[in-house]
Each structure stands twice: as C-alpha cells, then as structure tokens.
Design a protein around this ligand. Structure first.
Ligand SMILES: Nc1ncnc2c1ncn2[C@@H]1O[C@H](COP(=O)(O)OP(=O)(O)OP(=O)(O)O)[C@@H](O)[C@H]1O
Length: 256
C-alpha cells in the first residue's frame, strides 16, 4: 500500500553566503511575508515550505502548480528525502523514484553500460534487476557501440538518452517528476513520451510539478496549488487551474 502523509511540515533553507550583518538585518526585517528570516543560530533562512498538511493515496496523480518560488521543487525534494523537514513529520510507504535530476550519479570516465549500473543503483535497483534490464535499456538508447565508450565522449543529446533510458526503467510506487524532461531530438522524443506515460501509468502515486497546464490536465486527477510555501488549494483539476489562471491574470505583483 503506497501512501504519502505530511503533518505540519516546514522547510527552512539556509542562505550560507549571507554573512554581512547589515544585509542580514535588512533581509530579516522584511519579515515573514517575504519568507526570509533569521533562525535561532543567527543563520538567514528562506522558509521554502510553511506548515504543510497533506495526505495522498494510491491512484492520486497530483499536479503541482504555483508561481516561481512557490515551493514546488522543494516539496518534491522533501518527498524524495533530499531535504529533511525543519519541523513536522513525513510518512511514506512504497518505493519512491525521483526523476528530478536524471543525470545524477553518472560518471564521466565510466562507459555508458557502467553508467547504467551506477544510475540504476542510485535509483534503488538491485544488481539482479539492473542485469535483467540492461539489454532493454541499451536498446532503448539506440547508442549502439557508443555504450562501450566513456560518457565524456557523448554529446549532450546522447547523455540525455542514456540518463532517460535508465531512469525510466525503474518500477516506481511513488513517482516524483519536476517539469517535463527534455530528451533530445524529435525521433527520440516520441518514444520517450510513450515510455514516460507507461511509467506514469504503472506508478501508484505520481506527483508532477509543471507550469504546463495542458500536461497537468492530461496526466493528473488532482491539483495542489502552492503559494509562498503554503498549500493554497488541493482538489479538482479544472476548478483549481481555472481559479489559478484567473488570479494570475488579475495579479501581477512580483513573487517573494
Ligand atoms: N538553495 C536554496 N537556498 C535558499 N533558498 C532557496 C534555495 N532553493 C530555493 N529556495 C527558495 O525556496 C523557495 C521555494 O523555491 P522552489 O524552488 O521550491 O520554488 P518552485 O515553486 O519550484 O519555483 P519555480 O517554479 O521557479 O521552479 C523560494 O523562495 C526560493 O527562493
């Protein structure tokens, strides 16, 4: 049974380079509305997530929307276990696969095939699972003999093919996606989209952050609207997207 439960989750991200006293004072003086404050150790922090309560069940395909800086990527990182919450509790059950940075863990000096293993291990695949899937992954990349050459000899499109093929070969219970991943040339794009859809359909819970409302309408059955680190609304796709768009058209103050 796959679930995600967040109780009163807040995340403060420290701004380490902000050492100057006067600058600290000025920013801290902006107050909570701007989500910049000083913590108890005197470190300037941005409150990226502010007291989130959320419960997701199997079958939920959640589109994350919100203005720049609203907290979408931070929420995905917290769900992926990359950022620990500063306060509050997170409970998840099921294999979580974050496709947030698909090239993470790949090594320039290792061959394509070796990188399939490295990236696979990082995504939580077992050695046996990687061995079982290596041929299929290799075929999907269409990189042929290049798979035996080091990654440093690959073009950027070839790197993406390899990273995408291995990252989407994993079986996810909970799939976390940040925007739609660009995957090289047009011929590869079509089969990449099909593979992505298949992965999405097999996952029990999906959380997808996107500024593309059409993508969310097609792929999601719920929407979570983030606003300044808080949940503004959670529920029916069309209703929330329509309200969100109407508000964006009527308000044009800069986000903070
Ligand atoms: N490394 C960081 N250090 C300090 N503050 C950060 C860091 N990363 C993000 N933030 C802050 O956290 C808040 C949430 O940012 P986040 O990246 O989660 O927003 P987002 O909704 O994904 O935005 P976008 O649509 O622009 O990608 C913002 O106020 C941002 O300034």
């Amino acid at each position: 049974m796959s679930v995600i439960n967040l109780q009163n989750v807040s995340v403060d991200l420290p701004v380490f380079e902000m050492g100057g006293r006067s600058l600290k004072k000025r920013l801290a003086g902006l107050g909570r509305r701007n989500r910049i404050a000083e913590d108890s150790d005197g470190v300037v922090v941005v409150r990226a997530l502010d007291d989130l309560n959320l419960s997701l069940q199997e079958g939920d395909r959640v589109g994350l929307i919100g203005r720049n800086g609203a907290g979408k990527s931070t929420l995905l990182r917290v769900l992926a276990g990359i950022y620990p919450p500063t306060s509050g509790q997170i409970y998840t059950s099921g294999r979580i696969v974050p496709l947030l940075d698909i090239s993470l863990g790949m090594d320039e000096l290792s061959t394509g095939r070796q990188n399939v293993r490295l990236r696979g291990l990082l995504l939580g695949m077992s050695d046996a699972e990687i061995r079982r899937k290596t041929e299929e992954i290799s075929a999907f990349t269409e990189l042929g003999d290049h798979l035996d050459l080091p990654l440093r000899t690959y073009s950027s499109g070839m790197r993406l093919r390899l990273a995408f093929a291995v990252s989407t070969a994993v079986d996810a219970d909970i799939l976390l996606l940040d925007e739609v991943i660009g995957v090289g040339d047009a011929s590869f794009m079509k089969k990449a989209e099909e593979r992505m859809l298949d992965l999405h359909n097999r996952a029990k819970i999906v959380v997808l952050a996107s500024h593309g409302h059409e993508v969310i309408r097609q792929m999601c059955n719920k929407v979570l609207w983030m606003d300044r680190g808080r949940i503004r609304a959670f529920g029916e796709v069309d209703v929330i997207i329509t309200t969100y768009i109407a508000e964006q058209m009527s308000v044009s103050v800069p986000s903070s």
